[in-house]
Design a protein around this ligand. Structure first.
Ligand SMILES: [Zn+2]
Length: 460
């Protein structure tokens, strides 16, 4: 993982490259300055808040999704915890004088193998509207699932399923991110969401992702946190895994043909988001805190998560999860057998680790919500057989871009290797053969915030 931020790779030689392609003034990219507002938010993350939230969630007993069908006197954990989480978001909203709109999306789903009868699912989410009208249309989502399960009694909502790590940890993170980020304003919109029904087959997030798509939200990035408590019986090595799909789940067969033709197997929007976390976000994470470990794979073997629901709708989403899992502490009924203690209990979590993953989310959302919108209609011109490459693009409507950078890397390289500052132009020619490298274009603003990079569409 390169420790340098991209623009440190930028060299003066590159300035000349843009000059020939356009009459527009070539403007060097802003230097590498850290955003004090983002640093302040990262520093505000509280391990104590995270621990208190997590322990409260565990105390609701099982948060099994089918609990919503139990009679009210049973006080099912899935219902009670949702009401409590909603009240916490309401309280954060009143602390920031209504800067959060707390909402819910309720629907029925099932039957399925893990939902014998149709069941009510309630997604809870809070919207922190962006401070600028155009930029505010862009949405960054931080999410987790609040349900839990014990696999030995898969369809029994009364089986003990504390779900401290899976995914009480992620739900605690979402709440803490909302508390910390709501203290500042950002140009783009941030949404904090918690879903039920993950353990039954991602039902809560599937419903939410479809709703978002149907309502035409412009979701630019989804950070899905699942099992981020940092099991303390394993060495987490200060790393959180960031899983990202290579081939987009939403790609049609013609789109897949194009991916094969271009060799674009590692350039989905989700993969660009993962790289952004490693290059732009990581410098904001304190030494000794949790740092990102990119895994270029959709998810772990035999497992799934809510990020996939967004990927299926064509939305960039990554799964964030602890580095080493202890399967004795997941989906287990708490018990001791042959000297082994089973169960997803709060005592097995490392709350300093959870604070580290929360910092990662807070920095990522704050940076993405502060950045200009990515350039649009990014194209790579291929009509001529030449050994240089011309890229062109259209400025986004938010008008926040001060200039653009072209990124490129070897076809065998996982991360961006070179940055060409193109300045405030809409076309640039780079003396690199498009046959030999992979390109992307991103926008930057006057303060040095970078947008997500956009992989170009080849056009003749
Ligand atoms: Zn989970």
């Amino acid at each position: 993982m390169p420790k340098m931020r991209f623009w440190r790779l930028f060299s003066a030689c590159c300035l000349a490259l843009a000059a020939g392609s356009s009459s527009a003034q070539v403007v060097p990219a802003p230097s590498n300055t850290m955003d004090a507002k983002v640093q302040g938010r990262v520093a505000a993350v509280s391990r104590e808040h995270l621990q208190a939230t997590n322990v409260t969630l565990v105390n609701f007993g099982s948060r099994h999704t089918l609990g919503s069908a139990l009679p009210p006197e049973k006080r099912a954990g899935v219902v009670e915890s949702r009401k409590w989480l909603t009240a916490q978001l309401d309280s954060i909203a009143s602390d920031c004088k209504g800067c959060l709109e707390v909402k819910s999306y309720t629907f029925m789903d099932g039957p399925s193998p893990r939902i014998p009868q149709p069941v009510e699912l309630v997604d809870v989410y809070a919207v922190q509207r962006g401070s600028e009208p155009e930029a505010g249309k862009r949405v960054i989502v931080i999410c987790a699932h609040y349900d839990s399960i014990a696999m030995a009694r898969m369809n029994d909502p009364e089986a003990p399923a504390p779900g401290a790590n899976d995914d009480g940890s992620g739900s605690s993170l979402v709440l803490e991110a909302a508390r910390v980020l709501s203290k500042e304003k950002f140009p783009a919109t941030i949404v904090y969401a918690i879903f039920p029904g993950e353990e039954q087959g991602l039902f809560g997030s599937k419903g939410f992702a479809k709703m978002v798509k149907a309502e035409g939200w412009k979701v630019e990035a989804v950070l899905s946190n699942d099992i981020v408590g940092g099991d303390n019986t394993r060495n987490q090595q200060g790393l959180a895994r960031i899983f990202s799909e290579g081939l987009p789940a939403s790609a049609t067969e013609p789109e897949m043909r194009k991916v094969r033709l271009l060799g674009a197997e590692s350039d989905s929007a989700s993969r660009q988001l993962a790289r952004y976390i490693a290059s732009e976000v990581a410098p904001y994470l304190p030494a000794g805190s949790v740092h990102p470990k990119l895994i270029f794979r959709q998810d772990r073997f035999l497992r799934g998560g809510d990020h996939s629901s967004f990927n299926e709708q064509g939305i960039a989403a990554v799964r964030i999860t602890e580095f080493v899992e202890n399967f004795d502490h997941q989906h287990q009924i708490p018990r001791t057998e042959n000297g082994i203690e089973y169960g997803d209990l709060a005592k097995f979590e490392d709350f300093e680790y959870l604070a580290g993953v929360t910092r990662l989310n807070v920095a990522a959302a704050a940076l993405l919500a502060s950045s200009p919108a990515p350039p649009e209609k990014v194209q790579l011109l291929t009509k001529e057989l030449v050994n240089s490459s011309t890229l062109r693009w259209t400025a986004a409507a938010d008008g926040r871009a001060a200039g653009y950078e072209v990124l490129y890397r070897d076809t065998t390289a996982p991360m961006w290797e070179q940055v060409v500052s193109a300045g405030a132009v809409s076309q640039v020619t780079v003396p690199q053969s498009k046959d030999n490298v992979v390109f992307a274009v991103r926008a930057y603003d006057a303060q040095g915030h970078r947008s997500l990079p956009v992989y170009p569409e080849p056009v003749r």
